[in-house]
Design a protein around this ligand. Structure first.
Ligand SMILES: [Zn+2]
Length: 320
């Protein structure tokens, strides 16, 4: 069963024009030279939190009430056509139109012969993303779970996640077998490049607080790079005082051609204490936890063959 829809979906068509020649892309130069920061929403069309955040932030930038001190601050609504298809009766369907927009971000795919509506949008946005120095990509999750930062595998990704101060849980992960994510595109995932990216899963897709959380992450990202001052009246959300937890992914379970079935109910960020606990069958074979204190990260319901069913991780005892 789907989770209840507790948030309003903003009408983002007022942002369609953009101001850099790309629909739904807004960019604001700073007074001095500096890094190009970009906050992206709607990489997945039914993940409304980023759209709520951008819909709240953009008016101040467009009116000139907020101007970057330096560099450039940009906002992108990515898979808008999927978002505009959102149907409350079938709310998971608008994640994508033809294929997952967040599995396209390698040169081979972007330069290749495949065609889809997502690829068309990705190819249009690619030259713009090539100019971005630091990316914040706002997402949400199908199953209710505490927010999670996806830092990738580089030290710079982890440093950016820690610098924002929330979410508490930070995942060090390689992504998915089905294709490369935007947060791992080109220099973002190159340990020798100063460019960086962070993906934040802000909670369940449609829970009441998800837009507030995304908005707070957006402000923190801009403040971390000292790009703008948050307006005096803007809301501020304090993170829970729990210490951060860094989770290293130890196994990614990709759904076999003949399908994946959970052996028990599961929850996002659930910890299973005993190694060898059978949690599912994949292609008819049992899937068991590979070690004690196994953390289930974003278990998927009804995952299709070739996509990720779940990632299993372990908390780092000594953050480094
Ligand atoms: Zn997503």
């Amino acid at each position: 069963m789907n989770s209840p829809i507790e948030v309003d979906f903003p009408d983002i068509r007022r942002w369609a024009a953009g101001n850099v020649g790309l629909p739904y892309v807004w960019s604001f130069p700073g007074a001095d030279a500096g890094a190009h920061l970009c906050i992206t929403a709607l990489v997945h069309g039914n993940e409304v939190c980023g759209a709520i955040a951008l819909d709240r932030l953009l008016p101040a930038f467009v009116s000139g009430g907020v101007r970057p001190h330096r560099g450039r601050v940009s906002f992108v609504f990515a898979n808008v056509d999927a978002y505009l298809c959102f149907d409350r009766a079938c709310p998971l369907a608008s994640r994508a139109l033809d294929q997952d927009f967040n599995r396209l971000w390698d040169a081979e795919t972007l330069d290749g012969p495949r065609e889809s509506r997502e690829l068309t949008r990705a190819r249009a946005l690619r030259p713009f993303y090539d100019t971005v120095d630091h990316l914040l990509d706002l997402h949400s999750m199908t199953l209710p779970a505490p927010p999670i930062a996806l830092a990738g595998t580089t030290d710079k990704g982890l440093a950016l996640a820690r610098a924002l101060g929330m979410p508490r849980d930070i995942l060090v992960d390689t992504g998915h077998a089905a294709g490369r994510r935007l947060r791992d595109y080109a220099a973002f995932a190159d340990p020798d490049s100063p460019k960086s990216a962070l993906l934040i899963e802000c909670g369940q897709h449609w829970e009441a607080a998800v837009g507030d959380y995304a908005t707070e992450c957006a402000w923190r990202f801009l403040e971390h790079f000292d790009a703008v001052a948050r307006p005096a009246g803007a809301a501020r959300l304090e993170p829970p005082p729990a210490p951060e937890r860094i989770i290293d992914i130890t196994e990614v379970i990709t759904v076999a051609p003949s399908g994946f079935v959970w052996a028990r109910p599961v929850a996002g960020l659930e910890t299973i204490s005993q190694a060898g606990t059978v949690i599912a069958t994949n292609g008819g074979k049992p899937v068991s936890t590979p070690h004690d204190e196994a953390i289930l990260v974003m278990p998927a319901l009804d995952a299709k063959p070739g996509t990720t069913a779940v990632r299993i991780g372990r908390a780092r005892t000594h953050p480094s």
